[in-house]
Design a protein around this ligand. Structure first.
Ligand SMILES: NC(=O)C1=CN([C@@H]2O[C@H](COP(=O)(O)OP(=O)(O)OC[C@H]3O[C@@H](n4cnc5c(N)ncnc54)[C@H](OP(=O)(O)O)[C@@H]3O)[C@@H](O)[C@H]2O)C=CC1
Ligand SMILES: Nc1nc(=O)c2c([nH]1)NC[C@@H]1CN(c3ccc(C(=O)N[C@@H](CCC(=O)O)C(=O)O)cc3)C=[N+]21
Length: 291
């Protein structure tokens, strides 16, 4: 058996087009385009590439990209003050502070400072709480992108057994909350989990967000499972996921590749969240379930 390859890159391109198609009406109503502010501290080369890409795609969708590059040695107070200014700026609908920050800066402090309604990353605890409570929230981009791919592949997820590997605030926890809201039976595995293969053998859905190259082996999977590989690991063999693709593809029913799977979805959902934030902030109606 050989798994279907889930084309995240194509899905993301479609999503970006859907997002872009709503921008002209928003501009007509408000006299401006949705605005996304991205803050990059320091010169980490991978982060710089992501930020450049985000800027390009934001503009390609017809939205305003506001980029702030701060010196690696910037003090917390200065970063906080920038967030305050972006919070107060009515032309800014979304604020993203690229992580990780240099070690002398406190990311939690910055995230807490972002206006939850402009928190297009969905990292603010208010948004985590809203998501967990089933209230309208800004939902973290990567897990929401994974959910879109899963629903596209499987349709209704109700009753499915899902295993999420990883419990970070950015991926694992919100992924588990989303799958729970879709009526999956969710197991969250982490570094203290004993006998991970036991849980995986029963899982219809596996989301791997571990941060370890090729960690999940095909033999651990239930035949026909749908596998979403969130991992982005730079190795000598290039970019690889958290799933051992070749062995997994011979067991799974469907699987996302790396690159070309979840990564492009993250950026597309970021644009979607910016569009949503802009409409909510301006009180312009938008059928969020249709994008
Ligand atoms: N495609 C995309 O757009 C994105 C990709 N990523 C990628 O996804 C991956 C995960 O990111 P992130 O959640 O931020 O990473 P974190 O390092 O914050 O979290 C990793 C999680 O994996 C768990 N873990 C570590 N080792 C094991 C193990 N041996 N068995 C089971 N679980 C284990 C950890 O457990 P514990 O909590 O016990 O430490 C932790 O919960 C990374 O590769 C990252 O690069 C991240 C964001 C976006
Ligand atoms: N505040 C914040 N929000 C984030 O969403 C955020 C962040 N910080 N810090 C870093 C992580 C990582 N991340 C990715 C985005 C796109 C790809 C992506 O497009 N990947 C391509 C390949 C890119 C390449 O070749 O390097 C792919 O998988 O096909 C990957 C990873 C967002 N993150």
């Amino acid at each position: 058996m050989s798994a279907r390859i889930i084309d995240g890159k194509a899905f993301a391109a479609d999503l970006r087009e859907r997002v872009a198609s709503h921008v002209p009406a928003f501009r007509e109503r408000t006299g401006r385009s949705p605005g996304l502010a991205v803050v990059l501290v320091g010169e980490d080369p991978a982060s710089a590439v992501y930020v450049r890409n985000k800027g390009k795609m934001t503009r390609a969708a017809g939205m305003e990209s506001i980029e702030h590059r701060l010196d690696a040695k910037v003090e917390q107070d200065e970063l906080n003050a920038l967030v305050d200014r972006l919070n107060a700026d009515p032309t800014v609908d979304g604020i993203l502070v690229q992580l990780p920050l240099p070690p002398h800066l406190d990311a939690d402090e910055v995230i807490l400072r972002i206006d939850p309604d402009k928190d297009v990353d969905g990292f603010h605890p208010v948004n985590a709480g809203r998501l967990a409570s089933g209230l309208p929230a800004m939902v973290p981009c990567t897990p929401l992108g994974c959910l879109m791919l899963l629903e596209d592949e499987l349709g209704d997820l109700s009753g499915k057994d899902a295993v999420v590997i990883g419990r970070s605030n950015i991926v694992g926890k919100p992924m588990a909350a989303l799958l729970t809201a879709k009526s999956c039976t969710v197991t969250v595995a982490h570094s203290r989990t004993r006998n991970l293969p036991h849980y995986l053998k029963h899982a219809d859905i596996v989301v791997a967000a571990v941060g370890r190259p090729q960690f999940v082996h095909g033999e651990w999977l239930k035949p026909g499972a749908t596998v979403i590989d969130v991992g982005i690991n730079r190795t000598e063999d290039g970019l690889v996921g958290d799933v051992d693709f070749d062995s997994a593809a011979s067991m799974a029913g469907a699987i996302t590749p790396v690159p070309g799977g979840v990564g492009p979805m993250t950026i597309a959902v970021l644009l979607r969240n910016t569009l949503v934030a802009a409409h909510r902030r301006e009180g312009v109606p938008l059928d969020e379930s249709a994008i």
